[in-house]
Write a protein that binds this ligand. Structure first.
Ligand code: HAS
Length: 547
């Protein structure tokens, strides 16, 4: 695995990052098991009755929140903390703030865990009103989000300190990626902050009589779509700035990499209505605007596909590979961290294409609220994000624990199984969706299941079972690494250099113009639509806890 940048992380930083990763992975373990139970339920085998869970929807809520919100957010917090300090070669501006952030997020998470595990928050991960959860759930989630904003503040202060000490120098690339991710997220979080603090929390506490589900959903998706790029950009930090080194090559183009990250700031935000194409009360014009911008946010990912592939090719050729495609054979396929990320990319290409299907205004009528959508997001967050984070864990945990990775071959099998399992399961889901199978439904006990759906359900169950085996192997490898891995002081951190040292135009190393651009675009694409929704708002819906 690659050369170290020479900076030694402080002990406290290492502990903090390990703590974030531990919490993330502990929740992922539970999330994966619940995913297995869902797959079985769809195939008609009800495992819930053997557990303390009240029903399918409690299991589905825990599965979604743990995998999509908790695993991602805690892993990202740890990874971004690492990337920031390691690439700027300095500790965070405030160690106290770093630990306060961690404990605040953990306190919030304990509230969320309690509400979910006691069936007081079976509202699914989207928190759609009028489904109502216990106030602890909403307050807990707010604390987690506040934690991510404190991380942003700490990173900004660290960056300003670095800039003062390094006038005229370009921001090191991983730190640049961290800042782009957190700045985009900071802007995006406004929607959910307003929704939770002004609507859902007072409503769940009984301080207000009702809520307007449409306003609540709109605020949710204001944050909800950029949230997926909060999950994706840390992946891109690894693909752009680390993976080329693991491949034995260099980053193909620094300007393209910077441009991709910066484009996500304005383009991630004004697209939320593509989740609400079928909602009444939002004008068709604004939905169309969001559809167009969604096609825009597809572009930085296409830039990524090109740049990352070219970077990997530079590795294959540097390792002696020749020919149009024969260089692929020279890549380090025996490194599980590398292989897992390339496999993740292959499935992410399909996830991206299914995203375009979703984003197409009229085609969305066919797939919305069907199994096609879980088919899409298991290829994106379930593969691009989850598999890349697993791959990062394969070098980051050894680095932090000062132990060599245990069971390299097991880790390779694990990566291959995640790829195969996800391919089979998503195929089943997408196919089922196109036949009209609804999502978020206990299909195994639904009376209206058509015989032609059953084969797709079996694909989903088989894929889910393969994924569960892969998940178990992942935890075996990490636990054995920490307990039994060979002691090693020199685990290297892969940091890629650009292929060419280039002068970068100022706007590719500054965030302000992109933040202003984002604010203007958001005002244009959302402002009048939200003002109109608020003006006709009828906050009359009581809360329902049907499960
Ligand atoms: Fe999405 C729904 C549109 C990306 C996650 N999405 C969801 C939901 C989730 C989610 C969780 O327009 C469900 C929400 C819910 O519960 O209701 N999505 C898109 C589009 C993109 C997209 C256009 N989504 C993501 C990402 C996610 C994610 C990323 C998580 C991480 N999505 C939608 C829409 C809906 C939606 C609608 C609403 C549907 C509905 O009706 O409810 C784009 O950003 C995708 C761009 C991606 C690409 C792929 C680039 C490929 C790369 C790798 C290539 C490298 C290779 C290397 C092949 C353009 C970078 C090969 C190497 C060798 C060596 C050979």
């Amino acid at each position: 695995m690659a050369v170290t940048g020479g900076y030694q992380l402080q002990r406290g930083d290492k502990r903090l990052i390990l703590a974030y990763i531990f919490i993330a992975l502990a929740h992922l373990a539970v999330g994966i098991l619940l995913g297995f139970m869902q797959g079985m339920q769809h195939a008609g085998i009800d495992l819930y009755k053997y557990t303390f869970l009240a029903h399918y929807y409690q299991g589905l809520s825990i599965h979604g929140v743990y995998n999509a919100l908790v695993f991602t957010t805690f892993f990202i917090a740890g990874f971004l903390h690492f990337a920031m300090t390691y690439s700027l070669k300095r500790p965070m501006h405030s160690t106290k703030l770093s630990w306060f952030t961690f404990w605040l997020m953990t306190a919030g998470l304990i509230m969320v865990d309690w509400a979910l595990l006691t069936n007081r928050a079976s509202v699914l991960y989207t928190s759609y009103a009028p489904l109502q959860a216990h106030p602890a759930y909403y307050i807990g989630l707010v604390l987690v989000v506040v934690g991510t904003l404190l991380l942003l503040a700490n990173c900004l202060l660290t960056y300003l300190g670095w800039r003062r000490d390094h006038p005229g120098q370009k921001t090191p690339l991983p730190a640049f990626g961290v800042l782009a991710t957190l700045i985009m997220w900071g802007m995006a979080s406004v929607g959910i902050a307003v929704q939770f603090i002004f609507l859902l929390i007072p409503w769940s506490l009984g301080l207000t009589d009702g809520v307007d589900p449409l306003v609540s959903r709109t605020l949710f998706w204001f944050t909800g779509h950029p949230l997926v790029y909060f999950w994706l950009l840390p992946v891109y930090i690894s693909w752009y700035f680390m993976l080329p080194k693991q491949a034995g090559g260099k980053l193909f183009s620094e300007p393209l990499a910077r441009l991709a990250f910066l484009l996500f700031i304005p383009l991630s935000l004004p697209v939320g209505f593509h989740h609400q194409f079928l909602d009444p009360g939002v004008s068709t014009g604004y939905k169309a605007v969001h559809a167009f911008i969604t096609f825009g946010v597809f572009m930085p990912s296409m830039l990524t596909a090109f740049t990352v592939l070219a970077s990997i090719e530079s590795g294959g050729r540097a390792r002696g590979g020749k020919g149009r495609l024969a260089w692929i054979k020279s890549l380090p396929w025996n490194d599980p961290s590398f292989t897992a990320q390339v496999l993740a990319m292959l499935l992410f290409a399909l996830g991206g294409i299914s995203g375009l299907v979703n984003a197409s205004f009229t085609v969305n009528l066919v797939v919305h609220n069907t199994m096609f959508v879980p088919g899409h997001f298991h290829l994106t967050v379930g593969t691009a994000t989850a598999m890349t984070f697993m791959a990062v864990a394969y070098w980051l945990v050894p680095y932090l624990a000062k132990r060599k990775l245990w069971g390299r071959r097991v880790a390779l099998v694990q990566s291959a199984l995640w790829f195969i399992g996800m391919a089979i399961m998503s195929r089943g889901m997408s196919w089922a969706g196109l036949m009209g199978v609804p999502r978020r439904t206990a299909l195994g006990s639904a009376p209206y299941v058509l015989p032609e759906w059953l084969t797709a359900f079996n694909w989903m169950a088989v894929g889910g079972a393969v994924l569960t085996i892969s998940g178990l192997l992942f935890f075996v490898v990490l636990i054995m690494t920490v307990l039994r891995g060979q002691r090693a002081e020199d685990i290297e951190v892969p940091l890629a250099e650009p292929l060419q040292e280039e002068t970068i135009p100022w706007y590719l190393d500054r965030f302000r113009p992109w933040v202003i651009g984002a604010a203007v675009l958001v005002l244009m694409a959302y402002g009048p639509a939200i003002a109109q929704l608020v003006s006709i708002s009828n906050p009359a819906s009581p809360g329902f806890m049907p499960y």
